[in-house]
Ligand binder design. Structure first.
Ligand code: IFM
Length: 445
């Protein structure tokens, strides 16, 4: 038996997001996901976030759970409509108080909060004014960040502006499978630009209103892209897909410019960009958060927005029908390091959904999840050995929760949640993760 040991300063954590776990609907304004859930046929079973995991009331117990795992950090997000029910204007004091207490409880448990400002719950009032398609929303986001960081910045030392802007832009506005449910690719590109702009506007605000030394970053969902064959057409399609899914977001944030190959390809669909925007978006950040679950394998197609189609390789798949491809995580981390330089990296999400079963004795034997985590963690370790400045890993998720358009039918947690009773049951993968955190490493062989 040998051990893959992580660096002594490595940070282990779990991740969640406000709409997916909080519930507490009466104490916040409406958001676009409330509206989407009410739209017949959009969310499986018509599920919604009204109660979710009732974390709004059970947060102390949930922090106890994180503490019992030995984690050094907890990544959660703030609900914008809980702070500003109308998106702007009057602040809901109860909302600020909730996060104030949450941050204190996290710190008291000796856990560092990593706070995400936007994990998809845009106030409905702002959607009525155009949502992210309206440039003004970027400025409203900056105002909201100011309000939050003025209150919490004396204690929060790690801020994440956005979670997965690609998802908001393209699933929310390109393919209509996420809120607000639009299907217009050129609009999605404009939305992506406004999300990036709002990130750039927020960075200096978060720094100014927090303690010296506070770290500010963004979380992108990134997947390594492989061509389905050596055929030149497939290789070019894979490069386009990489431009669309990865570089369209990393380049503006880290290089201050859109990737020119894909900009030219988009042609008339490119977003309107004001002269000052790229400098704002490229404001230096302290770390990049990476969410990775799988890879993309791409072949040429004669039709479609990108003239590229996904190929489904033989292999192992999770309940989301995402391929288990741990080598992709290592390839991705090394590629980011190679192409963008020595910026601190965190895996802010990684995990998997399987059809878990709660046994009569309260156990959940989720061996597939353990195998998944084992392989992805070994891949992360490999990347560190080869020079990736990876500083931490957050498993998605602390507990089962509302999985967007899949409602409660997909379980990603290392803790099982019985939604009828709101009881939590640590799964075998939770016990496994605790071992990893305790030993700061993995047993192999
Ligand atoms: O549940 C989501 C999370 O909100 C964002 N990243 C991917 C997870 C699994 O789909």
């Amino acid at each position: 038996m040998s051990r893959l040991q992580f660096p002594s300063s490595f940070i282990w954590g779990t991740a969640t997001a406000s709409f997916q776990i909080e519930g507490g609907r009466d104490d916040r304004g409406d958001c676009i996901w409330d509206d989407f859930c009410a739209w017949p046929g959009k969310v499986v079973n018509g599920d919604n976030g009204d109660t979710a995991d009732d974390h709004y009331h059970l947060y102390k117990q949930d922090i106890g759970l994180i503490r019992s795992l030995g984690c050094q950090a907890y990544r959660f997000s703030i609900s914008w409509p809980r702070i500003l029910p109308e998106g702007a204007g009057e602040v809901n004091p109860k909302g600020l108080d909730f996060y104030d207490k949450l941050v204190d409880a996290v710190l008291q448990a000796n856990i560092t909060p990593f706070v995400t400002l936007y994990h998809w719950d845009l106030p409905s009032a702002l959607q009525r004014l155009g949502g992210w398609a309206a440039r003004d929303t970027a400025y409203r986001f900056a105002d909201y960040c100011h309000i939050v960081s003025e209150r919490l910045g004396d204690r929060v030392t790690h801020w994440i502006t956005h979670n997965e802007p690609w998802v908001t832009a393209f699933l929310g506005h390109g393919s209509a499978v996420h809120a607000p449910g639009w299907a217009d690719h050129s609009q999605a590109l404009q939305v992506a630009h406004h999300l990036l702009l709002s990130h750039g506007l927020a960075v200096p605000i978060l720094r100014q209103t927090s303690q010296p030394g506070t770290k500010v970053g963004i979380t992108l969902n990134l997947s390594p892209v492989y061509a389905a064959s050596d055929d030149e057409l497939d290789v070019k399609a894979a490069t386009r897909h990489d431009g669309y899914a990865n570089r369209w977001f990393i380049d503006p944030v880290l290089l201050g410019s859109y990737p020119q190959d894909i900009w030219k390809y988009y042609d008339w669909q490119v977003p309107r960009v004001a002269p000052e925007d790229m400098d704002i978006i490229g404001t230096p950040i302290d770390f990049l958060g990476i969410n990775n679950y799988t890879r993309a394998v791409i072949a040429h197609s004669d039709t479609g927005f990108l003239q590229a189609r996904s190929v489904r390789p033989e292999g192992e798949y999770t309940a989301m029908d995402w391929e288990v491809y741990p080598q992709g995580l290592c390839d991705l981390l090394l590629r980011i390091t190679h192409d963008y330089g020595n910026l601190d990296l965190y895996i802010t999400e990684n995990g998997c959904s399987y059809d878990d079963r709660l046994e009569a004795d309260g156990t959940v034997h989720d061996n597939k999840r353990i195998a998944f985590l084992n392989k992805y963690l070994a891949a992360a370790h490999d990347a560190i050995q080869h020079g990736a400045p990876l500083r931490g890993y957050f498993v998605w998720s602390l507990m089962d929760n509302f999985e967007w358009a899949f409602g409660y039918t997909r379980r990603f947690g290392i803790t099982y949640v019985d939604y009828q009773t709101q009881k939590r049951y640590l799964k075998d993968s939770g016990l496994f993760f605790r071992q990893v955190v305790t030993h700061n490493g993995l047993e192999t062989g």
